[in-house]
Design a protein around this ligand. Structure first.
Ligand SMILES: Cc1cc2nc3c(=O)[nH]c(=O)nc-3n(C[C@H](O)[C@H](O)[C@H](O)COP(=O)(O)OP(=O)(O)OC[C@H]3O[C@@H](n4cnc5c(N)ncnc54)[C@H](O)[C@@H]3O)c2cc1C
Ligand code: FES
Length: 269
């Protein structure tokens, strides 16, 4: 059942992506709602439809929920017209998130392409809020151009955070950009990857194969690689089969998979 939630903040991040903060109207639901980084919710706008959206806030900061939403179609377009104080339905959280227990004490390599930074922001801030429990965190972020950079202010904080290395690349540079230009894999030769580190990857479908290739070339073992996959979803709870890849349901077995689990699935990555 969707629970009613009120929009409490809206921030424009780019020309087509906004960050929405929601609070459940029922204080009991607000208090009880807990999730793992990498999980998603089904967001409903009554009379319009539902869409699966990753949770971008971290469960370490309680009382609200943040979703970074690109205006892509019916539901997201309607949401983009909504104002602070308007209400939506939210059900979830659903799916398997990132393996935060497994990552404890380990070096973490975050590889985010485009909108993939939305769920990975949850993991990044979770690690920062539990700094003592995780090792060095290296973040590689790639996006199309300077107009598409998400979480600009937070990126500046991450760069200054203790034990964090942040590298970014734009597919296409412009006069405002002094950094690396090229697809995200062009960042790999610029940094050393510890083969013992655990990698978490989220981005456009084309990115996974090339990023995994870079990791394997650096002797990162397959069990240390996690990918978050996106598929067309409807129910979010394993009933409709819209999200099936081979014999796996992205909504319940994923969206975060260990690389071993998708290695043999045709069209997974
Ligand atoms: C696990 C998961 C997490 C996600 N997290 C996020 C997130 O954090 N942020 C985010 O912005 N998105 C996220 N998405 C993607 C989001 O769910 C989709 O973009 C969703 O389709 C948006 O719903 P909508 O109703 O706005 O768009 P829709 O109306 O479903 O349209 C989506 C796309 O499909 C096309 N389309 C629609 N109908 C047709 C048709 N009949 N024929 C051909 N093309 C069609 C549209 O043109 C558009 O490009 C996530 C998806 C999954 C599965
Ligand atoms: S979305 Fe319905 S089974 Fe996965």
């Amino acid at each position: 059942m969707p629970q009613m939630a009120k929009i409490t903040k809206i921030m424009d991040m780019t020309y087509d992506t906004k960050l929405f903060e929601f609070q459940f109207i029922d204080p009991k639901v607000r208090e009880a709602f807990s999730y793992d980084p990498g999980q998603f919710v089904e967001l409903s706008i009554f009379g319009i439809g539902e869409a699966p959206i990753s949770i971008s806030s971290t469960p370490t900061r309680k009382g609200f929920l943040e979703l970074g939403v690109r205006n892509a179609g019916n539901v997201t377009n309607y949401l983009h017209q909504m104002k602070v104080g308007d209400t939506v339905g939210i059900r979830g959280p659903y799916g398997k998130g990132f393996p935060m227990e497994t990552l404890k004490g380990k070096e973490v390599l975050v590889v985010a392409g485009g909108l993939g930074l939305v769920p990975l922001r949850s993991l990044i801030n979770y690690v920062l809020d539990n700094r003592g429990q995780y090792g060095h965190m290296k973040i590689l972020y790639g996006t199309k151009g300077s107009q598409e950079i998400l979480f600009k202010d937070e990126i500046e904080q991450w760069k200054k955070a203790q034990n964090v290395e942040f590298l970014m690349s734009l597919d296409k540079g412009d006069e405002t950009w002094k950094g690396n230009v090229g697809v995200i894999t062009t960042l790999f030769p610029k940094t050393a990857v510890n083969p013992e580190s655990y990698s978490v990857i989220c981005g456009p479908p084309v990115m996974y194969r090339f990023v995994v290739k870079e990791l394997l070339a650096r002797n990162v073992q397959k069990h240390r690689i996690y990918v978050s996959l996106e598929r067309k979803m409807q129910c979010g709870i394993g009933k409709c089969s819209h999200c099936v890849i081979g014999y796996k349901y992205t909504c319940i077995h994923g969206p975060v998979f260990n690389y071993w689990d998708v290695l043999d699935l045709q069209e997974a990555i």
